[in-house]
Design a protein around this ligand. Structure first.
Ligand code: ADP
Ligand code: MG
Length: 365
């Protein structure tokens, strides 16, 4: 029997800087204390077996030479990571991989990056491949874009690999790969907490609209002669002729400013100001970028009504999760208000849980 290595890999929430990672802007995510456990064991027969406790999943087996299109369904991301690693010339003799999850899948909390990066980090160590974390993040991004067909930036992968307990990760996405610095987050010392509200909604629009936003941002940047839309200045919103492109640009440039404001507020422990900035980000994503949905808007409104300092959707939008920053003594009130508002719409109750900034992927045994 060969050794089993066990890894813990967090999900993430983006505090602020939404839809900026493909516009060259700053983003400010945290890794969260909701994680996947990934157990790996080596094989020498060029076979990979994948098990998961994801509802409805049964064991999937494929060869280490797996190609795009050969594995579909729940195992796509896992197979995609093996493909991405072998494609880049890294030798994987074979592996048994078991995934156990405390991180909801498809909730905008980056279970996909936790899975691909966790498999990458675990196989890297198991087979002594010598990859650094940034390289693993790049390979994981490639698994998502070129194997699973999801055209994502690199924020999620870098966060789940480089996150640090009690810190956010400030990323500059104008360079490739993005550079990162950590920012201490101390709201808990001042009696605040962060609540995730998983709406449970997945609107079918999500993939198409995400691609459409990327395309609109590229068109706006081209019209303004900019490499990155996040470099746009306020007069850009006047010069652009198309109202939709104007609104998208307005989101990108105001969101870029809000990330800077959020970092400053965090450093000064100016929590009310941070809350105001988070809520303004939501309004911009709802009105200018148009990636929210009723379930996210109601979650944000209800949290604010019940005493949150600020709240916003996090992740790509059209469903998924919202976050709220609130005094710990408002926790029950916020939960109850969100649940009551959902019940009045006859929506399924949302899942809510408190998160702390946690460490990135690490080996446990
Ligand atoms: P998100 O990253 O927001 O959770 P995605 O749609 O990007 O949502 O990723 C979800 C996909 O990630 C799942 O369809 C599955 O392929 C993979 N995944 C997530 N969690 C698990 C798990 N526990 N076991 C196996 N695969 C998982
Ligand atoms: Mg994902």
């Amino acid at each position: 029997m060969t050794d089993v290595h066990r890894w813990e890999v967090p999900g993430r929430v983006n505090l602020i800087g939404e839809h900026l990672d493909y516009n060259g802007g700053p983003v400010l995510p945290i890794a969260i204390d909701r994680s996947l456990t990934i157990k790996v064991r080596s094989r020498d027969d060029a076979v990979v077996n994948l098990w998961s406790d994801l509802p409805g999943s049964t064991k999937v087996s494929f060869g280490t030479g797996v190609q795009p299109g050969e594995v579909e369904g729940w195992a796509t991301y896992g197979a995609g990571m093996v493909w991405s690693m072998t494609q880049a010339g890294h030798d994987i003799p074979g592996a048994d991989i078991v995934v156990e999850s405390r991180l909801p899948s498809g909730a905008g909390l980056s279970s996909s990056a936790a899975l691909t990066c966790g498999i990458g980090a675990a196989l890297n160590e198991l087979f002594g491949l010598g990859l650094d974390r940034t390289r693993i993040a790049q390979l994981a991004q490639r698994a998502e874009t070129d194997f699973a067909g999801a055209p994502v930036g690199m924020m999620d992968q870098l966060t789940v690999l480089l996150g640090e307990v009690d810190h956010a990760v400030l990323m500059d996405t104008s360079v490739s790969p993005p550079t990162t610095t950590t920012v201490p987050v101390t709201w808990e010392e001042d009696g605040l907490t962060m609540l995730v509200i998983n709406t449970g909604a997945h609107h079918a629009l999500a993939d198409g609209e995400y691609a459409a936003r990327r395309d609109e941002c590229e068109r706006a940047a081209a019209e303004l002669g900019l490499e990155w839309l996040s470099d746009a200045t306020l007069d850009a919103t006047v010069r652009l002729t198309d109202d939709t492109l104007k609104a998208r640009t307005r989101h990108v440039l105001t969101e870029t400013a809000r990330v800077r404001g959020a970092v400053s507020a965090i450093n000064r422990r100016a929590w009310a100001q941070l809350g105001t900035i988070l809520t303004a980000s939501h309004a911009s994503l709802r009105d200018d970028f148009q990636v929210s949905c009723p379930e996210l808007d109601v979650a944000v409104e209800a949290a604010l009504e019940a005493g949150a300092l600020g709240a916003r959707m996090t992740g790509g939008g059209f469903g998924g999760s919202a976050i709220a920053l609130l005094p710990i003594d408002r926790l029950s009130a916020v939960r109850e208000r969100v649940e009551a508002r959902y019940a009045s719409h006859q929506w399924k109750p949302p899942q809510t849980f408190v998160v702390h900034a946690a460490d990135g992927a690490h080996r446990v045994t």
